[in-house]
Design a protein around this ligand. Sequence first.
Ligand code: FMN
Length: 335
Amino acid sequence: MVENEKPNVLRAARLSIAPMMDWTDRHCRYLHRLMSGETLLYTEMVTAPALVRGGAVHLLDYNPEEHPVALQLGGSDPEELAAASRLGAAAGYDEINLNVGCPSDRVQSGTFGAVLMKTPDLVADCVAAMAEASPVEVTVKCRIGVDDQEPRDVLPAFLEKIRAAGVTRITIHARKAWLKGLSPKENRDIPPLDYALVHEMKTAFADMHISINGGIATLEEAEQHLAAGLDGVMIGRAAYHNPSDILLGADRRIYGVDRETDAETVAHSMLPYIERHLSAGGKLNQVTRHMMGLFAGRPGARAWRRTLSERATRPGAGPELVEEALGHVSGAAAA
Ligand SMILES: Cc1cc2nc3c(=O)[nH]c(=O)nc-3n(C[C@H](O)[C@H](O)[C@H](O)COP(=O)(O)O)c2cc1C
């Protein structure tokens, strides 16, 4: 992106890469941005208490190349969320998103995440306070319901409440969260997906920008949801594990922008970034752990992964290890 140019976030939101704790950190986002110039990237969830009470503003650090990039916040106190949104917008994020979908215990104990599906009035108060405080758009990421809620009743009621509070863009993870009895991981797989309900919400709330999320594994599937009328698609795990399949074709197929690169070029482009990270005191593995899937499904992919996973944590490991690992994929392609 040209410096100082404001990104068109609405356009970018046709395809977004989901917020994923421990995964979509700044190194991962830098990698993803090299692979697609257009997609909207999300941070991991940052909790409002950590920012506002804990003063952990370093959690807002990111690379300027990442734009357009959205900050996801967790919390349930309107004033605290407003203060956190102010910090996020001042740090330069292009959007502030409220997490109403995350079912983990730790998050439940602080009354954030999916449990908020049960208190739409509180969510409305939160987003209204956030929007008041933030010069950039405030959005929501939610589930279709939790526990014994009936999604066909609660989801429209939830959307109405947050729309009345000023939110016009939402991402819906098309499955319930079961707050008792399932681990966060199980909660991403076991509750059944209901894509039809999300499509119905677009018909019922035509003025809202609605993105669908959950189990979307290919650009073809993303294109089908868009062709069927949804405004955006959010992809999480598939983009992380298989970034080349999702991100390398995204600019052309989703945005009609002719800007394609390939996995080798991307890996080479990571080298100066890695050098900078190491000279700032960082470790190689902190960056390369996000690069494991770059060559997924290609000859040499296993040797690429093995080289990095076995040796990137060793003291003194540097960019030459990435070059060595690349030799396995390039060599395999030539063989
Ligand atoms: C490791 C991991 C961490 C996640 N952390 C968050 C998070 O911080 N905030 C959030 O809203 N969702 C989080 N999610 C859920 C994803 O954003 C997404 O909704 C979910 O994985 C379904 O999309 P997918 O099937 O495309 O992966 C996480 C998912 C994974 C796999």
